[in-house]
Design a protein around this ligand. Structure first.
Ligand code: HSE
Length: 310
């Protein structure tokens, strides 16, 4: 038995929604082919099909760890081969580990007909994030499983709500070419304050509510206006030379909102493509990094669908 599935890259947080919000990107998408063969006992083997290589040991590979966890919980005793074609660049703030983990959960569900819900797949995908980034955050994987814009709340289990995006919402991602710290997400999480003042909480709740309201009524300007974070970005922007300049340049070219994409260092801008040219926003953001003497690369995309069979 064999299935091939894909799951999209994603951009988490959107400013104030740390670990709660994410949007799926239309591209790039990680591809996984899962094959199962009869065996006496469970084994998961990783095969690399692309240029971007991931760990060969299943237990240390985010996608492999998801397959192992699901197989154990569902009592599957098979030899499972997982071929990864990794297209989402690692460590740039585009939910690379989340894309592979989500594809693994979705692929296992399809291969063995497990009947898991979206929230079940999100729960298991989080186990891949735990292996890759040291914490089981569920924002990226929720977007990679469900697509669209997602809000995820974790009580005993994660529960995610998906919103379809306004049709003309364009996304611009620009990545500074920087040397990345080891275990980047773990590191960039370590710089975030553990305690914040009440006025910052009020400001972040207000901004986050604007984003959700904007998606609920399809208002791009409202979404963009909410993309301001006074807590996490304040701490992380020190790791991104040119942050303020990139924000200014994006807004000058017509962006509705700008933020760090996930744990960075990429920056995300959103805009209404009926009103402004996404490529002009991208070029201005690259110029913004240039003003800080940092080279960067960008691309334009839109909000994408979730994990799917191909
Ligand atoms: N919410 C997570 C963070 C996303 O910002 O650390 C990491 O991809």
């Amino acid at each position: 038995m064999k299935v091939t599935v894909e799951a999209p890259a994603s951009s988490a947080n959107l400013g104030p929604g740390f670990d709660v919000f994410a949007i799926a990107l239309d591209s790039p998408r990680d591809r996984l082919t899962l094959r199962s063969e009869s065996a006496q006992r469970l084994s998961v083997e990783m095969e690399q099909a692309g240029d971007i290589v991931t760990p060969n040991s299943a237990a240390k590979n985010g996608a492999g760890a998801v397959c192992l966890a699901i197989a154990r919980d569902f009592g599957i005793k098979k030899r499972i081969c997982v071929e990864i074609t990794k297209r989402v660049p690692i460590g740039l703030g585009m939910g690379s580990s989340g894309a592979s983990a989500a594809a693994a959960a979705f692929g296992m569900n399809e291969l063995f007909g497990l009947g898991m819900s979206g929230d079940d797949m999100i729960l298991y995908s989080g186990k891949g994030e735990q292996v890759t980034s040291g914490t089981a955050h569920y924002d990226n994987v929720s977007a990679s499983v469900l697509g669209g814009f997602v809000v995820v709340r974790v009580a005993e289990r994660p529960t995610a709500i998906k919103y379809d995006p306004p049709a003309d919402l364009a996304l611009v991602l620009v990545t500074p070419l920087l040397e990345l710290p080891e275990r980047k997400t773990e590191y960039t999480r370590s710089v975030i304050p553990k305690m914040i003042e009440l006025n910052m909480m009020v400001s972040n709740v207000a901004n986050a509510s604007m984003i959700v309201s904007g998606f609920a009524i399809g208002n791009i300007e409202m979404i963009g206006a909410g993309m301001r974070d006074r807590v996490v970005e304040e701490a992380r922007k020190k790791l991104i030379p040119g942050y303020d300049s990139v924000k200014r340049h994006a807004m000058d070219a017509g962006a509705a909102g700008v933020c760090i994409s996930g744990a960075g260092p990429s920056m995300l801008a959103i805009l209404d493509r009926r009103k402004h040219d996404p490529r002009a926003v991208m070029d201005n953001m690259v110029a913004g990094f240039g003003a800080a003497e940092v080279d960067s690369d960008g691309f334009v995309t839109k909000v994408g669908g979730g994990a799917a069979r191909v």
